[in-house]
Design a protein around this ligand. Sequence first.
Ligand code: 4NP
Length: 157
Amino acid sequence: MKILMVCLGNICRSPLAEGIMQHKAKQAGLAWMVDSAGTGSWHTGEPPHRLSQKVAKARGVDISCQKARQFRPADMLEFDAVFFMDEDNLLDAKRMAGNMWIDAKASLLLDELYPGESRSVPDPYYGGEPDYHEVYDMIAAACDAFITKQVTKGNRL
Ligand code: 4NP
């Protein structure tokens, strides 16, 4: 399975989501490929925010080698599931993708935990270290729920 995590800048939330999902999939024995992107291009080529790196490292997840990139329409073809951190990210990507958009592949990450509640992973960009820990925990719980669901369905590839 190929999974894409999308936020606005691809430096705070989606790099964490990429690292956490990749780490948890590997732990579960799943050879999944996980990537991340931002709907904006301001941070293209940059590593994740230092607090995303620090908080991930404290939990045993190394995201230091990631480089930010912008979401591209072809991502909708390449990936099997595209998870968005908030509703704005989803709507922006939908507009960018145009007729490449595949609705069945797109969803809010927190829908894995709270189906139908349209909950967002809050942007920690203007926050402090505790906000990054909170974001980490939300993403980790959603990734656990997704992996459990896929394994239960037998979708181990
Ligand atoms: P992210 O956070 O979407 O979680 O990566 C942000 C990072 C940068 C900006 C906004 C949000 N920015 O405006 O530069």
